[in-house]
Design a protein around this ligand. Structure first.
Ligand code: TXA
Ligand code: MG
Length: 353
């Protein structure tokens, strides 16, 4: 299949003509990758089981891993869900449009092919003007997982999508690099106490301010045991994974101690003749003299770290690095999402110093 790539000229002034063909592809059951404020999504009609099947095939994703239905305005939620619990209403008001996905009991309109056989449906109203306009023009809710091959880091630029999806989907809309860089926060509002299934840019602190009590799914905090079924089926897969073996170094002490350990572990592999990548920060960059060193952003700015995370992991893939050693980050605010993705990418290989 030939994949058409189109470019959005001016994100602040999108003309409907620019998105008309993409909207027609979605309406006709085809697949279109598009930017959102979190990561690029791979879209298909959420009400069409055939489109869902095509999404799973293009990603090489297990079909028991449900998809998020994306909408363009609040009125599009009601037809997809059986009820909107109080917590859902409050969160919609506070954070939609934005990087928040909520799990609701699904209506009969949403096919099981989209929800991986579950009686619940994940819904998000993205804040990105391209995503929002595209969904509105398509006139259907748009199922969209991250537009990467299953198991690879999520795409934060149209080039990342091109690398994974060229020849597998109908169209890619290039809207420039995304803003946030990690996937949306997922909150299950279908249970009595709302619980966070995946951390993101709507942080625990922000959710608590609106809801008071919020639970955290254990799958966020550590490896999922064989016999435990995480509530977000996607959390059980080795996600966000670079091709190299990634080790995270953590400390409760000063940052300098962590930097010394990263240098030591990297050196051990370098003297064996291995290709070694190092993930550091703007602040620590000058401490490293060997290996392929990449700053992931400023330790001072969690936003910059989230923004660059997947691009750095993908760059190490391209450079055929065999081992990556990374500094770690505090787990407050956006740091929880950063550490959740890094720990999973590392397969929970974490060295404490
Ligand atoms: O930021 C995002 O959410 C991006 C952009 C494109 O919107 N999308 C995204 O989708 O990250 P995906 O498919 O890569 O991740 C969706 C996650 C998976 O872990 C899946 O298991 C979970 O959401 N999920 C979807 N529906 C669910 C449901 N009904 N119950 C529990 N978890 C669900
Ligand atoms: Mg994904």
């Amino acid at each position: 299949m030939e994949t058409k790539r189109i470019m959005i000229e001016d994100r602040k002034n999108i003309k409907d003509e620019e998105l008309a063909e993409a909207a027609a592809v979605l309406k006709g059951g085809g697949l279109v990758a598009f930017p959102t404020e979190t990561v690029y999504g791979l879209g298909g009609n959420a009400l069409d089981e055939d489109a869902a099947r095509k999404i799973y095939a293009a990603k090489g994703r297990p079909s028991d891993n449900p998809l998020i239905a994306h909408i363009s305005c609040a009125a599009e939620l009601a037809p997809l869900v059986r009820e909107i619990p109080e917590a859902g209403r409050k969160l919609m008001e506070a954070f939609w449009p934005g990087p928040l996905t909520m799990i609701f009991p699904k209506s009969s309109k949403v096919p099981y092919g989209t929800t991986g056989g579950l009686d619940t449906v994940a819904v998000r109203m993205p804040d990105d003007p391209v995503a929002s306009r595209l969904i509105a023009l398509a006139g259907v809710p748009v199922a969209a997982p991250s537009a990467n091959t299953s198991g690879r880091p999520s795409p934060t630029t149209a080039d990342h999508v091109w690398q994974d999806m060229n020849g597998r989907i109908d169209m890619i809309i290039d809207g420039g690099p995304v803003g946030i860089g990690v996937e949306s926060t997922i909150v299950d509002v279908s249970s009595p106490v709302p619980s966070v299934l995946r951390p993101g840019a709507i942080t625990m602190e922000m959710l608590r301010e609106v809801l008071g009590e919020v639970a955290v799914d254990p799958a966020i905090l550590g490896p999922v045991k064989e016999d435990v079924k995480p509530k977000a089926p996607g959390m059980k897969y080795r996600h966000y994974a670079p091709k190299a073996e990634l080790t995270l170094v953590e400390t409760t002490g000063p940052v300098g101690r962590m930097v010394e350990k990263v240098k030591e572990l990297a050196h051990e592999k370098l003297v064996q003749g291995c290709q070694v990548g190092i993930i550091c920060t703007d602040e620590s960059r000058s401490c490293y003299a060997e290996g392929t060193v990449r700053s992931i952003g400023a330790r001072e700015s969690q936003e910059s770290v989230a923004h660059n995370l997947y691009a750095v992991l993908r760059e190490f893939d391209d450079l055929k690095v065999e081992y990556i050693f990374s500094e770690s980050f505090s787990e407050d605010h956006l740091g929880q999402a950063i550490m959740n993705r890094l720990s999973k990418a590392a397969g929970y290989k974490i060295v404490q110093v």
